[in-house]
Design a protein around this ligand. Structure first.
Ligand code: AMP
Length: 425
């Protein structure tokens, strides 16, 4: 099938061709015709399947088919509302709207928290056809009467499962209550949990349903391997991999905000330009890091799972799990950042003894054993090294220059290293 078989307007086909796409992805093949007819839609699809174009293209087609008098620059009222869980996703969805709508007179805007509200108000006043919003900030605008939802014709809930996970259900219900009853509803979710079913049952009328969310899609297309090592060797191993493999764009996952910061600093020290993104970073810092990474100014972006949600980077070649996630499904989400839309991608996980249970859970979920890669000098010791003993609270930190206990095998606070061979420093 070709995009031109879908009945989309010439302006949209041109924008799609500008992007270099000729074949619609499975979700696009199914969703685009359904949405064009005005039907409600329930789609089970993850990021990476092409879902954004799956709803953006038919929405733009419908909006631009209406008389010019209905355009927001005349009415000053948005006609489409896309609710998303995170600022990053808001920015990316709105970027897609602009990309695909660039040959049409349709205006879009993303509104999200963590940044000043006044520029958003000024833009809303000028008239916005497609409003992409996170629920909290949209409610702020509603309260201040700077967003008028009385002319919404199409509502999209994108990553609905994430919105529920993040506790947005009450906000979503409040927002839905303010919309005109007569409208088209599109819902996208990576999972089809009982909560999602309930939300869909109350929201959608006779929906077309599209399911391309084989949870393991990415797991099947991304080349994956595991390097078993000791926890205290991971930092050095990661720097070694960067130094020896000529990587230029790598998304690294860490479990904690603090861990992400520390790892990013270590990479910087060893000459690998890097930034960390996580929930404690300001919106400005997160957007800047993401832009620098996309533009190739940063080699590594170290992220926590929450911060990485919705990050969309074309042709991201590598994902590194510096630490495995606690929840096996998050592994599939993480590696789904690479190998998008047929591009080749590789995911490498550094696994220490304490993470072997997590690894077993992941292998069970994706129904296969991951290939083990051995890096000489960084092999895991046969038995788990003892955990470093934490000094008691209030104990004095060793002072620089003071003599310290020798770090030998006799000292149990220092994990023993069983490897031999060359370390690349
Ligand atoms: P999404 O699932 O919407 O996050 O999109 C995943 C990635 O696939 C994005 O980087 C899109 O630009 C890209 N993409 C979307 N549709 C197509 C297509 N038909 N062919 C190739 N790439 C696409």
């Amino acid at each position: 099938m070709h995009f031109s078989d879908l009945g989309l307007k010439a302006e949209l086909l041109r924008a799609v061709a500008d992007q270099g796409y000729d074949t619609p992805t499975p979700i696009q093949q199914q969703a685009i015709p359904a949405v064009m007819t005005g039907r409600d839609l329930m789609a089970t699809a993850q990021t990476g399947t092409g879902k954004t174009a799956g709803f953006t293209l038919p929405i733009l087609h419908r909006l631009s088919s209406a008389p010019a008098g209905q355009l927001a620059r005349v009415t000053k009222k948005p006609r489409v509302l896309v609710l998303v869980p995170t600022r990053e996703l808001a920015i990316q969805v709105e970027e897609s709207v602009r990309t695909y709508g660039k040959h049409l007179p349709i205006v879009s805007l993303a509104v999200f928290g963590g940044v000043g509200i006044n520029p958003q108000i000024a833009n809303l006043r000028r008239g916005v056809d497609i409003l992409v919003a996170t629920p909290g900030r949209l409610l702020d605008h509603i309260q201040q009467r700077t967003a008028d939802l009385s002319a919404i014709e199409i509502l999209v809930l994108d990553e609905a499962d994430r919105m529920l996970d993040m506790g947005f259900i009450r906000d979503i219900r409040k927002i839905i209550a303010l919309l005109p009853k007569q409208r088209q509803n599109l819902m996208f979710s990576a999972t089809f949990s009982p909560d999602i079913r309930e939300l869909a049952a109350g929201l959608l009328h006779n929906p077309a349903s599209v399911d391309v969310a084989a949870r393991n899609t990415a797991a099947e297309t991304v080349a994956q391997c595991v390097i078993e090592t000791n926890r205290d060797q991971k930092k050095e191993l990661l720097c070694h991999l960067f130094a020896t493999r000529g990587w230029h764009q790598v998304l690294v996952f860490a479990r904690t905000k603090h861990g992400a910061d520390a790892l990013s600093k270590t990479l910087e020290k060893s000459g690998i330009s890097s930034a960390a993104i996580h929930g404690n970073k300001s919106q400005g810092a997160r957007t800047r890091a993401l832009t620098d990474f996309k533009e190739g100014k940063l080699v590594a972006l170290v992220a926590t799972d929450i911060a990485a949600r919705g990050i969309d980077i074309d042709a991201l070649p590598y994902v590194i799990n510096y630490e495995l996630p606690d929840v096996a499904e998050d592994y599939v989400h993480r590696i789904g950042r690479t190998g998008r839309a047929g591009m080749e991608g590789k995911a490498i996980s550094l696994v220490s003894h304490d993470e072997r249970g997590n690894l077993r859970d992941i292998e069970r979920l994706i129904k296969r054993d991951l290939e083990r890669l051995v890096i000489p000098g960084f092999e895991a010791s046969a038995i788990a090294p003892p955990k470093p003993v934490q000094p008691p609270r209030g104990a004095r930190k060793p002072q620089p220059g003071r003599p310290q206990a020798k770090k030998t095998a006799q000292n149990p606070s220092r994990p023993q290293q069983h490897h031999s061979g060359n370390r690349h420093r």
